[in-house]
Design a protein around this ligand. Structure first.
Ligand code: ADP
Ligand code: GLC
Length: 483
């Protein structure tokens, strides 16, 4: 049976991206198509989205969407339909998807994303001629009101799935907005949208949807505990029977060292030796000493407490006292950015930092670094360690969430058995990271072992095939359960 899904997301690669959510929303439709699932994706019509898609056909008009007219334009992106929600009063802004040019949240984010969810719910109920979805799949808090609108509409509705990409972001807004957000009075209840006296968008979705997923099996278990659940662990424990974890995959067309046009020299497992050209190109691009023997660490990341790069900063003096280099790109918390810039001044030619966002540099770091570091305090899935596996950069990761599920730790037995792909450390502390860095460097100095780690990583299946099969099965089960 062919199944139709409406995905609702606030980002979608390559149209608009601030993190891994975009990669997932961008890659999943093609992978699902191979499993007999047709996915159409509703995203906000930010200026960059409309510029990239051009003038599409208007398939739905809304006279008043929280204070202004709106319409939905359909476009085709690599064979999948994208619906862009055009609402100039909400999305025609100069800043990013969520914040203005100064990084401050837009004051009307409640309405911007309620609008996305509201239109999602309309489409889910057949508002666009010729497309009646079997499933509405909402990604993260920005889309999570959609199942709530469907729940309270009282009309026939499709099955609903909410995926948590990061429970740290929940979308909480003042209770006074209830009516303005088109939520009925009876929804303000602990079994509805109410969350610690406010309106919780993610809470509402998790409470009122049919299935909850998150992006790794370990994170699915972690968020049922107070340590990781960020206030939602009780709800998740109560609904544990409908919670599951499905790992993310890698878009193998975008992240493929054999065909990648963004790197200096293409290579694959058979031609791993050619990788050294990327290492040299990375050193050159980052003004690092052209040192063939340094242990070259790479980082590509948002700079935030979650990602744990303060632990790397704490380890830099010890690392630099040995024979190591660091190439880092990232943006986010100012004090972390400043910390790395200061380290760059302190260790010229050995620490190089680029504050900003660049796909080109992200690819070059994956292709050129010896090891790739992800020291997160929590990590729902994480994609960069998967890209590192594909590119033969050996991941050094904390043992949490998706990092735990995707990297096989190079303990002695795993190395002997020939199955290790990286180095894990636990707990996520600077002290435990220090040990992992020394262990990784020790393997790096043993060329055969290092090559084995690289090849094991490159031969790991990190495609979307298995995850897409699991989503397809989950959709079918959710539809069947609604009868
Ligand atoms: P998260 O979504 O929590 O930030 P993920 O590992 O799931 O973490 O996804 C991050 C995505 O964003 C990856 O595709 C990564 O390459 C990309 N990324 C993060 N920071 C940068 C940057 N400064 N420049 C380019 N790409 C970046
Ligand atoms: C979130 C998580 C990250 C995950 C991504 C895509 O941004 O922080 O771990 O890989 O979503 O699911």
């Amino acid at each position: 049976m062919s199944l139709r899904v409406l995905a609702v997301a606030s980002e979608m690669s390559p149209l608009v991206k601030t993190g891994g959510l975009a990669d997932v929303a961008g890659a999943l439709p093609a992978a699902l198509a191979r499993e007999g699932v047709e996915t159409r994706t509703l995203i906000p019509g930010y200026p960059e989205v409309l510029a990239a898609l051009g003038h599409g056909q208007t398939v739905l008009s809304v006279e008043d969407l929280f204070g202004g007219p709106a319409w939905v334009q359909a476009a085709n992106l690599d064979g999948a339909v994208v619906y862009a929600l055009v609402a100039p009063h909400l999305f025609a802004r100069e800043g990013g998807p969520y914040t203005d040019k100064n990084g401050v949240d837009y004051p009307d984010n409640a309405f911007r994303f309620a609008a996305l969810a509201w239109v999602g719910a309309e489409i889910a109920q057949g508002a666009i001629a010729g497309f009646k979805p079997d499933v509405l799949h909402a990604h993260d808090w920005q889309a999570a009101l959609a199942p709530a609108y469907l729940h309270y509409s009282g009309e026939p509705r499709p099955a609903t799935v909410v995926t948590i990409h990061n429970i740290a972001f929940q979308g909480q807004f003042a209770k006074e907005l209830l009516g303005a957000l088109r939520l009925p009075a009876e929804s303000f209840h602990m079994h509805g949208v109410e969350y610690y006296g406010a309106i919780g968008f993610l809470k509402a979705g998790l409470q009122l949807c049919d299935r909850i997923t998150t992006v790794s099996p370990s994170y699915a278990l972690e968020i049922e505990t107070p340590e990781f659940g960020m206030g939602l662990d009780g709800l998740l424990r109560a609904r544990a029977d409908i919670v599951s974890g499905i790992l993310n995959g890698v878009d193998e067309d975008v992240w493929n060292p054999a065909t990648d046009k963004r790197i200096a020299a293409t290579y694959e497992a058979k031609t791993l030796k050619a990788r050294v050209k990327n290492r040299a190109a990375l050193q050159k691009r980052f003004h690092l000493d052209p040192d063939p023997d340094a242990f070259l660490l790479g980082v590509v990341s948002r700079m935030s407490w979650q990602k744990g790069h303060d632990m790397l900063l704490a380890n830099l003096p010890a690392l630099m006292a040995r024979h190591a280099q660091l190439a880092l790109i990232g943006t986010g918390d100012k004090h972390l950015e400043e910390g790395f810039l200061a380290a760059q001044d302190a260790y010229p030619g050995r620490v190089s930092v680029w504050i900003g966002y660049s796909e080109d540099m992200a690819h070059l770091i994956q292709a050129g670094a010896d090891a790739f570091l992800v020291p997160s305090r929590f990590e729902p899935c994480g994609l960069t360690q998967l890209y590192a596996l594909r590119y033969g950069a050996v991941p050094i990761v904390s043992r949490v969430g998706g990092l735990k599920d995707t990297i096989v730790d190079a303990n002695e037995m795993a190395v002997q058995a020939g199955v290790a792909t990286g180095v894990q450390f636990s707990p996520p502390t600077a002290e435990a990271l220090a040990i992992a860095l020394r262990q990784a460097e020790h393997y790096f100095r043993d060329k055969d072992t290092w090559r084995r780690l690289q090849l094991n990583g490159m031969n790991t299946d990190v495609s979307w095939r298995h995850p897409a099969q699991r989503y397809a099965a989950l959709y079918r089960e959710a539809v069947a359960a609604r009868g």
